[in-house]
Design a protein around this ligand. Structure first.
Ligand code: NAD
Length: 263
């Protein structure tokens, strides 16, 4: 299916690897021009080069720490300067550390808010004014399945991502009249570096093997496996597409049936 977004411009953040890179790949496959970012220069340059080579699209890469308001705004400006517009924003960032309530002091909470809420706020604030005059836009916030069903031992993620979904739903209402669609995607367990690190940390705590933890997560999905990273991008690309023109304000799980709620 042609998603109807060839030559659109997308800013996909935290995208040198993992879910962000997969979202960028799926958009590149549709002929979308890309602006990608991450903190580490080398991995980012490698990803930019491979996307440009594989899909023949323009890729702008910017090293950037999204918890820094100035850097996040500069990233948006740089993208707009290069492509003269931003049609699509996929707001993604790193994940907060695991732990229970007793494990985190107030500074850790503030860092998690900066990482997962404020980064999304800065990106949306800077990008929306570029979309409104065009009367077309797609914003996807990448959160976690924890917004539908809290995950044990991830209180920071469980808490802060709920705020992002609250913002996304409200933004969908405010921006609908301007032709801008806003949705959230809620991934379950995808086998990325982040999930491998979480498995290792859990194994250190419990004395087991990382693979035992991955198997336990797999068992929580009704499909009895964790997801392959490349299974993430197509959902994001569809939500960013012309075809998804009547989908806004949703939070869509992509979790292999992990969450047991009805909606
Ligand atoms: P990952 O570790 O594989 O990739 C993270 C990417 O984010 C990298 O490109 C890294 O450079 C970038 N990044 C991290 N902090 C950044 C910052 N401050 N500024 C700019 N870039 C930054 O992680 P992932 O598995 O792709 O996860 C991405 C997000 O999705 C995280 O917030 C994670 O918690 C969340 N998530 C992941 C899963 C999963 O199964 N992988 C499930 C639910 C939620």
């Amino acid at each position: 299916m042609d998603l109807g977004i060839k030559d659109r411009v997308a800013l996909v953040t935290a995208s040198s690897k993992g879910l962000g890179r997969e979202a960028a790949r799926a958009l590149a496959a549709e002929g979308v021009k890309l602006s990608i970012c991450a903190r580490g220069k080398d991995a980012l340059a490698k990803t930019a080069a491979s996307l440009a080579e594989e899909f023949g699209v323009e890729v702008l890469s910017t090293t950037c720490d999204l918890t820094d308001e100035g850097q996040a705004r500069e990233l948006v400006q740089r993208t707009a300067d290069r492509f003269e517009k931003i049609d699509i924003l996929v707001a993604n960032c790193g994940g907060p550390p695991p732990g229970a309530f007793v494990d985190h002091d107030a500074d850790r909470w503030r860092s998690a808010v900066d990482l997962n809420l404020m980064s999304a706020v800065y990106l949306a604030q800077a990008t929306i004014p570029l979309m409104i005059p065009k009367r077309w836009g797609r914003i996807v916030f990448s959160t976690s399945i924890s917004v539908k069903q809290p995950i044990d031992g991830l209180i920071l993620s469980n808490s802060v991502r709920a705020a992002v979904v609250g913002m996304a739903k409200t933004l969908a209402c405010e921006l609908g009249p301007h032709g801008i669609l806003v949705n959230s995607v809620c991934p379950g367990y995808f086998l990325t570096d982040r999930v491998l690190e979480l498995a290792e940390k859990n194994a250190q705590k419990s004395g087991g093997r990382p693979q035992d933890q991955i198997d336990r997560w797999a068992g929580q999905s009704v499909l009895e496996r964790v997801a392959r990273p490349e299974e993430f991008g197509p959902l994001v690309a569809f939500l960013c597409s012309q075809k998804a023109g009547y989908i806004t304000g949703t939070s869509i799980a992509i979790d292999g049936g992990f969450s047991r709620g009805l909606m």
